[in-house]
Design a protein around this ligand. Structure first.
Ligand code: C2E
Ligand code: MG
Ligand code: MG
Ligand code: MG
Length: 295
């Protein structure tokens, strides 16, 4: 490991950088161990329709979010983002998430709730030569899930992105009936014309635009423009990071199709999903905003 670290030492080498390297390496080892000892778990955050109905018909799906730990003290991906795209670990992590997410979806079906599930795919795994071996294995193991709906969220940032290859992989996913969405839209370089070419079904408007949509006119203009253009291209727009009812109301009035965020629900354990879905009631304000826009 000392030799590998040495490679990164440029003229700007400082002890603090070495400490940071050690910290990153320690987290990498922790995840590698967690994979072996099942110390990882998924939480699920609902994505809801703005014009949906109470209960199952108002919920578009559940996004799986990875956590390290098997107790109440869970560590969020911010602490291990670098590991998610690690050349050795991206695929094992991805396989765990695939298997666990579809297993949970199947368990909700057994509880009488047919709700689509989506997962985040690292670029490293998406472009891995064995990606479809992993995909096809879970589709075979959990056959009912495809009827309910299975989606992946990809990001176009990251050093390992290769757009030509991503296009082929996305087409191959769509051929299998997998819904493909682009995460964190607006933060990277992807344009809407690019999304059209890549055959992406939905985009997730990044939290950074949603966060101060009420106070910052420019962010509001960007959000409005993205939503309008995406609608004309027949793409679904999901706003992420909706923390307040006011943000949700504004996004609804702008024509956003689906919302996700703490104001709707924080991520929850799989066991809590069926009851949450059954109890979901969309805010009354969304309905009037949607009909106002359409009239
Ligand atoms: P993401 O896919 O864009 O997920 C949204 C993140 O925002 C999640 O953080 C979620 O908990 C958080 N969030 C949701 N609603 C709100 C809100 O109203 N306010 C705020 N401030 N935050 C909100 P999380 O779970 O920590 O995940 C962070 C990122 O880590 C994800 O961003 C995704 O890029 C990555 N990630 C998570 N799970 C996985 C996974 O299984 N595999 C891979 N490759 N990446 C994952
Ligand atoms: Mg996501
Ligand atoms: Mg996102
Ligand atoms: Mg994100």
């Amino acid at each position: 490991a000392a030799k590998e670290e040495g490679k990164d030492r440029g003229s700007l080498y400082e002890p603090a950088m070495e400490l940071e390297q050690l910290r990153l390496q320690a987290m990498r080892e922790r995840i590698a161990q967690a994979l072996q000892r099942s110390h990882l778990q998924l939480l699920f955050q609902p994505i809801v329709y703005i014009d949906g109905l109470p209960g199952l018909h108002g919920v578009a799906g559940m996004e799986a979010l990875l956590r390290l730990g098997d107790t109440d003290e869970l560590i969020e991906p911010a602490k291990f983002m670098h590991v998610l795209d690690d050349p050795q670990l991206a695929r094992p992590i991805g396989r765990y998430v695939l298997d666990e997410a579809l297993r949970c979806c199947q368990s909700w079906m057994r509880a009488g709730i047919s709700i689509p599930v989506s997962i985040n795919i690292s670029t490293r795994h998406l472009l891995h030569p064995a990606f479809f071996i992993d995909i096809d294995a879970v589709l075979e193991n959990y056959p009912g899930v495809m009827d309910v709906g299975f989606g992946i969220e990809v990001t176009e940032t990251g050093p390992s992105m290769d757009h030509a290859r991503a296009k082929v992989v996305i087409e191959e996913c769509r051929r299998r009936g997998i819904r493909v969405g682009l995460d964190d839209f607006g933060t990277g370089s992807a344009s809407l014309s690019h999304i059209q070419k890549l055959d992406i079904e939905h985009i997730k408007l990044d939290q950074s635009f949603v966060r101060d949509i009420l106070d910052d006119e420019r962010n509001m203009a960007i959000a409005a423009g993205v939503i309008t253009t995406a609608r004309m291209l027949a793409k679904t727009v999901i706003a992420e990071g909706v923390e307040t009812a006011e943000q949700g109301d504004l996004l609804a009035s702008l024509g956003c199709h689906q919302l996700q965020g703490f104001s709707i629900s924080r991520p929850m354990p799989a066991e809590a999903v069926p009851a949450w879905v059954a109890g979901w009631v969309p805010p009354a304000s969304w309905g009037s905003l949607v009909s106002e826009r359409q009239s």
